[in-house]
Design a protein around this ligand. Structure first.
Ligand SMILES: Cc1cc2nc3c(=O)[nH]c(=O)nc-3n(C[C@H](O)[C@H](O)[C@H](O)COP(=O)(O)O)c2cc1C
Length: 223
């Protein structure tokens, strides 16, 4: 893994715009996704497409276009619309994206490169040896800058932040299901190792949940 030295490597990856209506590949409506959602731990080798990664990131914490009283609202609710969460994607197999760690920018609907190189095996080790992190096409990490929320709500803000992680995670799960992909939340990991892989200091900002995504094993060539 290399920290980004070359200016070319720092260019954001623009994600395809989110369609106004359900994307072409979506399987069905919300209630179908709720019924079908299940944690997926076995992944096909086939890469994710950039549109799919973009839709997943957008579902987790993208801007939905609503703008009122100076707030730009998102797909997930947030106490006081303070948005303490950050989303990272560790990409291993995503078409058009060099393997590496990216920060999702809700404002730009783009991926900002943080580190180059495939970190999937490091993440699997950090997640106490859970091999699915190395087999998934990408692993999302949801982190929080708690002070954005505790500044206003004090100690109570800490619980709000955790609730918001749950909402973002479920949005990701449902979006993955609707796209015929699969996902698994991963809470069992060594905090220090995961923060180091993502380049977070673990104090001002720390990782709270990992979430794998990929095509289900056995679905090869289905598209
Ligand atoms: C906060 C949280 C942490 C989890 N951590 C892990 C994990 O580290 N490894 C894993 O294989 N599954 C993990 N899971 C997935 C659960 O095992 C799974 O949701 C549960 O068995 C119910 O199955 P379902 O998601 O298929 O409905 C986690 C789920 C949540 C909500």
């Amino acid at each position: 893994v290399q920290v980004l030295a070359h200016p070319e490597a720092r260019k954001p990856v623009r994600l395809p715009p989110v369609p106004e209506r359900a994307p072409r590949e979506a399987l069905g409506g919300l209630f179908e996704a709720l019924r079908l959602r299940a944690s997926l731990r076995e992944y096909a080798e086939e890469p994710l497409r950039l549109e799919e990664l973009g839709l997943l990131a957008w579902a987790a914490c993208g801007e939905n276009g609503r703008e009122e009283r100076g707030f730009r609202y998102r797909t997930v609710p947030s106490a006081g619309a303070l948005y303490p969460l950050e989303l990272y994607a560790a990409c291993r197999a995503v078409e058009g994206v060099a393997p590496g760690v990216y920060r999702y920018s809700p404002e730009g609907h783009s991926l900002e490169p943080r580190r180059t190189g495939d970190v999937s095996r490091e993440l699997a080790r950090a997640a106490l040896g859970q091999g699915m992190l190395a087999r998934a096409a990408a692993v999302f990490a949801i982190s929080a800058v708690e002070s954005r929320t505790t500044r206003r709500y004090g100690e109570r803000g800490r619980r709000y932040v955790l609730m918001e992680v749950g909402a973002a995670s479920e949005n990701l799960h449902l979006a993955a299901t609707a796209l015929g992909l699969g996902s698994c939340a991963v809470g069992a990991f060594d905090d220090e190792s995961v923060n180091a892989i993502l380049g977070l200091d673990g104090r001002a900002e720390r990782a709270l949940l990992l979430q794998t995504v990929g095509r289900p094993a056995g679905s090869e060539g289905a598209r």
